[in-house]
Write a new protein. Sequence first.
Length: 132
Amino acid sequence: AISLSPALDVAHEWLVRTLERSAETERARAALARWSQQSANPGVRARAALRAAEHAMAAGEELEARERLAQATEHDPELGEAWVLACELAARGQSEGAVRSLCERALSAIEPGVHSARIALRLARLLEVAGD
C-alpha cells in the first residue's frame, strides 16, 4: 500500500506498529523516518519524526535522534515534546551557548504549559550557572 500511495498514513502506522510489536526496532525506525518524509500532513510528519527520534535515542544513536528532533520541530514548531527532548539531548553534548539558544528557540515556539516549563527550568539553570 505504501509503494502505491506513499502519503497513506494509515499504512505507515500499521507497518510501524507491526514492526514495533515484532521488536524489529531498526526497521521500525527506518519506517518512521520514511513516514516523516512522505506524509502529506505536517503534524503527522512531526509525530513520526519524534517517534523515530525516540527509537534512535533508545538505540544510543544521539546524532540521528538530534536530526529527527530537528525535523519534528521543523514540521510542527509547536510540538513541545520534541523541543523538550531536543533540549535534553543538546544538554548532553553541546556547548552551553548552543543549549541556551535551542531552549530560547523552543520557548518562543511553544505555548506555555508543561513542556515549556521543563525547558524554562533548564534555561534558568543555565543562566544561573553562567551568572546571567
